[in-house]
Design a protein around this ligand. Structure first.
Ligand code: MG
Length: 297
C-alpha cells in the first residue's frame, strides 16, 4: 500500500521512508502492544480478544503464536536487560518473562485491592517500570474478564527498581499509552477519553505538572512512542500523528484502520511497526526510533 503522508509543518520534511507500507500480518481481532525484540529478530504483539501473543519473525516473515492463552496481554516492552514486560488485562497484572521462559508477577494489587487491568508500560533506564491501569479488561469479557473495579480510580503507577508499587498520577479518566522524553525528564501519558496527551515532569520517583501537551484531532489516542529526535508518534483513529516536542502536530501517516499502537524496531531501529485493528503494518524509515532502555552504549 502506498504510504499516504500529510505534511502540516515544514519540520515534517525530515520524516520519511519507503514509498510503500508493507502489511506484515492480517488475521487478528484487536492487535496491540508491539515490541521489537532484537535478540529474536522478531516483533512480538498482542491479539487481545483472541487471548494470544503473536510473533513475526523478521527473517522468514512468518507469524506464529508466542503465548496462548496470554492472559489477555495488551502492552509490551523490554526492560533494561531486554526481558519482556507485559500488561496482562486478564490476570490484572504486570508480568516479566524471564530468560528461562517463566513468568514473574511484578504488580497485581495496590492498597490490598486488585489492579483494574494494566494497559501499557514503559521502562526507565534506572530500571523502574511505569504503567497505566484503565478498566478495559474488566468492563466486558471481550478483552479480559468482566469484574467489579476494586481501585478507586484509573491511575498511573511506578514499580521501583526494588519492586515497590506507588501511584504517580491519580487524576486520569482512562490513562493509556505512555513514553519518556529522550532525557527522561518528562513523561507523556495519553488520556484516551480526554482525547489528549499530557506531559509531566519526572522527579526521581514521581511526577509533577501534567498539563495538556496535545489534543487528538482524529478520534482518540492510544499508544505513543518517541523517535530519536524526540518527536512524539501517536496512534489515532486515522493513522499515526507526529508531534514536535513543542506540541505542534507536524504530520500524519494515514492508515485504513484504527491504529492502537506502534513501535520502532529492526536491527537499526529505523523501521516503524504499527498495529491497526486486525493488521500489522511496517514502514522503513529515514528516521530512527528513540534508544531503548536496554541500550547501554
Ligand atoms: Mg493501549
Amino acid at each position: 500500500m502506498k504510504a499516504e503522508l500529510v505534511c502540516l509543518d515544514d519540520r515534517f520534511a525530515s520524516i520519511g521512508g519507503d514509498e510503500y507500507l508493507e502489511c506484515l500480518y492480517d488475521g487478528g481481532r484487536w492487535l496491540e502492544g508491539p515490541v521489537y525484540v532484537p535478540a529474536w529478530r522478531s516483533l512480538v504483539f498482542s491479539d487481545i480478544p483472541n487471548d494470544r501473543l503473536l510473533r513475526w519473525d523478521e527473517q522468514s516473515g512468518q507469524v506464529s503464536p508466542f503465548r496462548q492463552p496470554s492472559g489477555y496481554v495488551n502492552g509490551n516492552t523490554l526492560d533494561t536487560q531486554g526481558r519482556l514486560i507485559s500488561c496482562s488485562q486478564g490476570e490484572r497484572q504486570v508480568v516479566r518473562t524471564e530468560f528461562d521462559g517463566s513468568l514473574t508477577v511484578l504488580a497485581s494489587h495496590f492498597d490490598g485491592k486488585r489492579l483494574n487491568s494494566p494497559n501499557d508500560v514503559v521502562v526507565k533506564r534506572d530500571g523502574s517500570i511505569w504503567f497505566t491501569d484503565p478498566p478495559y479488561g474488566i468492563t466486558s469479557n471481550y478483552e479480559g474478564h468482566r469484574a467489579e473495579q476494586e481501585q478507586t480510580g484509573c491511575h498511573v503507577y511506578r514499580i521501583s527498581p526494588t519492586g515497590e508499587l506507588t501511584v504517580v498520577a491519580d487524576d486520569f479518566v482512562r490513562p493509556n499509552g505512555l513514553a519518556f522524553s529522550l532525557d527522561e525528564s518528562r513523561l507523556y501519558v495519553v488520556d484516551t477519553p480526554g482525547k489528549h496527551i499530557r506531559r509531566f515532569d519526572v522527579k526521581e520517583d514521581g511526577l509533577t505538572g501534567g498539563e495538556v501537551f496535545a489534543p487528538c484531532t482524529a478520534g482518540m489516542f492510544d499508544g505513543i512512542r518517541l523517535d530519536a529526535e524526540g518527536r512524539i508518534w501517536a496512534a489515532t483513529h486515522e493513522g499515526v500523528h507526529m508531534f514536535d516536542p513543542d506540541g505542534t502536530l507536524i504530520g500524519k501517516l494515514l492508515l485504513p484502520d484504527v491504529v492502537s499502537n506502534l513501535c520502532f524496531g529492526g536491527p537499526k531501529r529505523n523501521r516503524l511497526f504499527v498495529t491497526a485493528t486486525t493488521s500489522v503494518w511496517s514502514w522503513l524509515l529515514t528516521t530512527d526510533g528513540a534508544p531503548p532502555p536496554y541500550d547501554h552504549r
